[in-house]
Each structure stands twice: as C-alpha cells, then as structure tokens.
Design a protein around this ligand. Sequence first.
Ligand SMILES: [Zn+2]
Length: 321
Amino acid sequence: MPTNSLQKYVKKLQKLRRGEKGDEGPAPHKPLLLLSVIDLINQGHIYDNKIFPSPDLAETFLRYWSKIIVNRVRNFAMPFFHLKGDKFWHLYPNPGKEEKLRNTKRIRKVSDLLEVVNYASLDADLFLLLANQQSREVIRQTLVDKYFPNAKLEIDGLLAEERQVGEYRQLLLQEVADHPFSYQVVPEPVEEENPNRSTAFRKEIMRLYDYTCAVCRLRIVTMDGESATEAAHIIPFHISHSDDIRNGISLCKLHHWAFDKGLISLSRTYKVIVSPLMSDRHPTEWLLTEQRDKSILLPEHDLLYPAQDALKWHRDEVLRE
Ligand SMILES: [Zn+2]
C-alpha cells in the first residue's frame, strides 16, 4: 500500500467536518462511527466495501457511545448520513429512492435513513487501507488521538472485548465444523458463563436466524440491536455448560418462556410439539396451540441446525405431558 495514500487519508480523517451545538464542542458522532466500522472490518463482519446500517454496526456504535460520551444525545443515523459530506463515504439508495436520496439534505431518524439508504461504501483506496491490518491500526490510532485523547483506555478496553467476542464467534463456528455435538450434564454450577462468550453465542444465533423467532417468525429489531427474539439454550447453560451453536435457537420472548417451561418442544423433524396441558379451548393459549406441528425456521446450513441430542434432552426432561 503506497504510504502517500495512507498519509492522504490520515490528513482527511483529522479534518472531519463536525457539527457544533451550543457549548458542547464538536460532535463526536462521525469519528465514533468510523471506529465502529473499523471494528467490524477487524472482526471480518464487513469484508467487502459495503457498509450496511445494520443492527450489528449500530450496537457497536452505541457500545462506544455509552463508554465514552456523556451528556449528549446519541444518534446513529446522523453520522451515517452526513459522513458523505467528507467525500470519502458514499451513499447508495434503496431501489426507487434515488431521487429522494439526492434531494435529502439532513437525516436524524433511523427510520428515515433505512427508508432511503441501502448501504455506504468508502473510497476504494481507503477501504484497501482498512483491509490491511497495519494501516488499519494507523487509521484507528489517528482517530483516537485526534478525537478521543482522554478515552484511550476505555477504547482499548472495548476493542479488546470486541476482539474477544469476534474470536469466540469464529470458535463457535469452528466447533461445529470440527466436532459432532456433545454435552455433559454438570450437576453443580461450576463456572459463570463468560460474558464475551455468551455475547458471541447470542450474536451468532441472531445472525443465523436473522433475528427471527424460529417458531412464530416474529421479527422486531431496533437499530441498537435490541430484539424481540432471544438466543435460547436448548439445554440450559447452567446444566450443559454448552454454548455450542447447535444447543441454541432463536425464540421470541413468549416462545422462549414457553420452551423453558416445557409448554412447547421440538420433534426430530423440527416441528413444534405443544404440551397437551395447553388447550385450544382456551383462547388465550391459542398463541401456543396454533403452532402445533408447524415446521420451525432453520439456519441455512444443516450443520448448524439444533442438535438432535439436545432436542431429545428437552423432550425428555422439560416437555410437560
Ligand atoms: Zn415466537
């Protein structure tokens, strides 16, 4: 990578155009969003030059925000849109929204951003620099030194956490490729779940099921990664100590609860079993009984399906008959 290209972008990134409001000083949104993008490139979640305004990116941005920024209103949509003014960040419209994007001067709301913008890309040269570990680190350091000189420790801490979550996500997928599913019932809680590992488990399950309840297909997700669905353990973690992806499934809060209480379970053929304790005659139990015998949503690759052993355990130990 030519050093003059790196120098050029280092200079540009030191001169981000930032809005200023009252005596709050220049807005931290843009450099913070760029740090979040760099994190996702680092973890391999942004791998081509397409940056989607995804819950993953928003969640990273808000994690930085809550650690570093005090007394300012957080906003993810604004920097995603207004970085285009710095000329190296280019916006691509959703189909049919070309003219609307051209005529939009200002965006504050995430809903407006998602309506108009499909994704952003960086100058090809800049993306190449960020794809390279060495120059990526130079650029990251530049942003931290220039915009957050007093928060270096916090940022390094966050980066280490994100890195560990990323490594665990890789590891969880690797385990699926390397070993058949197995578990050991551990009678006493021997260890707390590692928070970074459980974040990795949750993120992978959410990605595989696209934030959708496998049972009822409910999908509600806010832009900060808050979701109506949860990553459920089929054999609870305190029993199996297994964060194997195949011990996981994405369920909405109602179906997660019903699954944990044994009011629903899953058959060998991935169909919903409803406990006979639930009756069609009770209209309020209809939310469960209407799912009887329906096929659940499954990940794209069958290697990642819920493990038969885990489902059998759930039918034997949890399902109420
Ligand atoms: Zn559901």
